[in-house]
Each structure stands twice: as C-alpha cells, then as structure tokens.
Ligand binder design. Structure first.
Ligand code: BJ8
Length: 424
C-alpha cells in the first residue's frame, strides 16, 4: 500500500479524500457483490481487478509511461480504441459513476447537469482520479450538449481533443465522421510519435474485435433458461472492459464463458428457471454505479442484458477484418462506429428495433429504461422506446435517477411493483 501512496502523491491526488473514496467504494462493493449467491469461479479475476482499480492497473500505466507510451482517456464509445492501440497508446475509459466532487463540479457546471458529466469533472477537480491524472490526452466528443460544452471547460485542466460526432446517420454525416477518424489518427501519431501502419492497425483491430466477441459471447450465454451469471457481475465485467489490458481481459472473459457453458449444460445458475428476467436499457453505468442493478437483483429478479454503452451498444458490431491498407481500415472503422445507436442521434430507430430484438432473444419479461437525471437524449427517447415496446406487448418501466442513495426506497417500491406486474 505504501508504494501506491507514493504513486498517488506523485499523480497529484488528494490523499485524504482519495482514501475516503476507496473506503466507500470497497464498502459499497462488498455489500453488493459479496452477498450474491453461486457466483462463477472465474469472477475471481474481476474481483481482483476491481480490488486493484486504483492500485495495480495505475502502476501498470506508470510503467507504460516510463517506457515512453502515452495514456489516452476517453469518455465515449465513439472514440476508436483500435487507433489508440495502433499508435502504441494505452486506452482508458474515464467515465465516472459516483457523486464525489459534485460540489466542486457545480462551481463550473449548472446543478442540473447529468451526473456522468459532473462526476468526471468533479473527480478531476477534487483530485480523486488517478486515471485522469495519468492521461497525456483526453478525448472528448460532440455527442450531447452537456458533454461538448463541459469539454471546453475541462480543457483548462487537461489537454482535450474533441472529435466531432454528427447527430444524424446521413451519408454526409458519415463522411464528416470519417474525416474526424482521420484527424484523430493524425493527432495520435503526433502525440505518440508512432506511425499507424497497416500492420499495426490490422493487429489492433483484431485485439479490439476479440474483446467485443468475448463480451458478445458472454451476453449470448445469458439467454439460457437458467441464467448462468447475474446482471451485477455482467455489468462489472463490461465496466472493467474500459480500463483493463484488452488481451488479458479477453482471455479472462473467455475463461469465464467456458465455465458458464458448463454451468448451462449442468443446469447450474444464479437463479431458478422461473425467475423474472429484466433487460436494462438506456444510459451507461460507469463504476461504481450499481444502484439500480443492485435493487433489481435484490428483488430476486435477474438482469439478462444491458442495452447500453457499458453493455451491448459497445460490443455488438465489429470492425471488418481483412482490409488491405490503412485507408480501407479507416473506412471499416468509420462504418463500424457509425452504427452505434446513441440517443444523441436523430432519428434513432435502430435503437428501438434493437431493444425489441434483445428483449425477445434474451426472453426478458420486461424492460427497465434507465436515464441519468438531466440526460435529455435518453429521457426524451424513452417515450419512443415505451411506444415501440408497447406495440410489441413488452412491458417497460421508465426510471430517471442520479448517483445519490436518497431515492433507493422509492426505486425499490417501483421496481418491486413492476416485477409483480410482469411475473410469469
Ligand atoms: S455513445 S450514450 S458513451 S454519448 S448520460 S453525458 S448522453 S447527458 S453518456 Fe454516452 Fe457516447 Fe452516447 Fe454512449 Fe450526455 Fe446523457 Fe449525460 Fe451521456
């Protein structure tokens, strides 16, 4: 622990506040995760990774930096990880899911800003995040208004490269995004001094595709009649995907899936076959945002899927492999990323269809739509989700909440009532 303290001090963290945060995180984690029954053995790896979330992984980042590598932080799944790795960078997803630092953040941002934005801002200002402080570059994007305006202010504290992400799926918009992918490539090459060659990019496309394939494999196994893994554990794995070493992580997920396949064969799982199955849909849940899943699974229902950027929205499409040169690869990257059905796009019909498809494949009894309070894109789009699901006879509960624990009892009551309503 001594070595980590030194490292945290060198990273400029507020050691007292940081210690408080780690204590709270570890208490929250054990109360939610340790009480789960019949977890797969292979979850031990992910438990270990989370126990070292600000320790070993940060040490690895410092070692990578000492070898001349650059650490690049991202806030959105529109930022191509393949390019960062091909430029010999380390890619870290930075979104934060806790309200620590909100008061400081509110000196810069309106109170009624979504928690995700206030959280990344607050963590930086309160000097709590060793990931943000390890970054040589932070990549923002013009998705929602809150984020794009917050990056202008964030740039005062850390260099930010903003990628322009369009708001429609037209051909013009795709060309714009393609030019942004190329501009990002150039920025990365200038920062790292490493040329992104066809050989390098081909390899990193495979690395990231393999990570997505492993996560998709995990998600598909959750369609089994007896769910082999909880929603809480699956969410944790999807959260860790953003900051762990991608090759090591992929191996760990595949090992877990081997175990889950055995469980399915032997009718072993985390719940009985008649348990209420819920699909979660909506805003991303960054660590340690486990509030809703903990309440849902605390009612003895099981979450069988996440239609979210910390979930299937981030994994379901892969980049075409087998391209001959860098230009073709950049086009393939553009095609893949442009399929992401974020609510900041209009219209966003693909997402509505995809939610129905997921609910049917995973045999969900109902869908819970989750929006972070003050997130306009997802809160407004939830009406269209509701209408679409109603037309297919799939029940939906719309929830809007923040990162505080004040509404836990009220949420519990609503979720329990929904569960009763959809019980088979
Ligand atoms: S691709 S979902 S990661 S933008 S919750 S900050 S939208 S006000 S996170 Fe997202 Fe990329 Fe889209 Fe995914 Fe704004 Fe809403 Fe806050 Fe949000």
């Amino acid at each position: 622990m001594q070595t980590y303290e030194e490292m945290w001090r060198n990273l400029g963290l507020n050691l007292d506040a940081h210690e408080g945060l780690l204590k709270a995180l570890s208490g929250f984690y054990s109360s939610i995760y340790a009480s789960q029954k019949n977890r797969p053995n292979a979850m031990k790896y992910f438990d270990f990774v989370i126990s070292e979330v600000h320790g070993l992984r940060i040490k690895e980042l410092q070692e990578a930096k000492a070898q001349g590598k650059k650490v690049i932080g991202t806030f959105c799944v529109f930022v191509p990880e393949e390019l960062i790795l091909a430029a010999d960078g380390v890619c870290i997803g930075l979104c934060a899911g806790a309200e620590a630092g909100f008061e400081l953040a509110e000196q810069y941002l309106p109170k009624n800003t979504c928690g995700l934005i206030k959280s990344f801002f607050g963590f930086k200002l309160a000097r709590l995040c060793p990931y943000a402080n390890s970054c040589d570059l932070v990549v923002g994007e013009t998705t929602c208004d809150g984020k794009k305006k917050a990056y202008e202010l964030f740039n005062e504290f850390q260099p930010v490269h903003v990628m322009e992400v369009p708001q429609t799926k037209s051909e013009n918009a795709k060309s714009l995004f393609h030019s942004e992918v190329m501009r990002f490539k150039e920025r990365l090459e200038a920062l790292t001094g490493t040329k992104i060659t066809a050989e390098r990019l081909q390899k990193t496309i495979q690395i990231v595709n393999n990570k997505r394939r492993a996560l998709n494999r995990l998600n598909e196994l959750r369609a089994a009649p007896i769910p082999p893994i909880s929603g809480l554990d699956s969410l944790l794995i999807n959260q860790i995907a953003f900051y762990d070493d991608p090759v090591r992580f992929t191996n760990a997920v595949n090992e877990l899936c081997d175990e889950l396949e055995e469980r399915i064969k032997n009718n072993v799982g985390v719940a009985r076959g008649d348990t209420v199955r819920i699909l979660m849909s909506g805003c991303p849940m960054a660590i340690p945002n486990w509030k809703i899943p903990a309440i849902v699974e605390g009612t003895e229902a099981v979450i069988v899927g996440e239609e979210s950027c910390v979930g299937v929205r981030n994994t379901r499409n892969t980049v075409a492999e087998g391209c001959k040169d860098v230009n073709e690869m950049l086009k393939a990257i553009t095609e893949r990323y442009f399929q992401i059905d974020c609510a900041t796009f209009t219209p966003n019909t693909e997402r509505l269809n995809h939610i129905v498809e997921m609910a049917e494949t995973l045999k969900a009894n109902g869908v819970i739509h989750y929006a972070i309070q003050f997130c306009q894109p997802y809160t407004i789009e939830s009406k269209r989700v509701e209408d679409m699901l109603a037309s297919k006879g799939i029940p939906l509960l719309r929830l809007e909440t923040d990162y505080s624990m004040q509404d836990v009892e009220a949420l519990k009551t609503r979720i329990e009532a929904f569960k009763e309503l959809i019980s088979p």
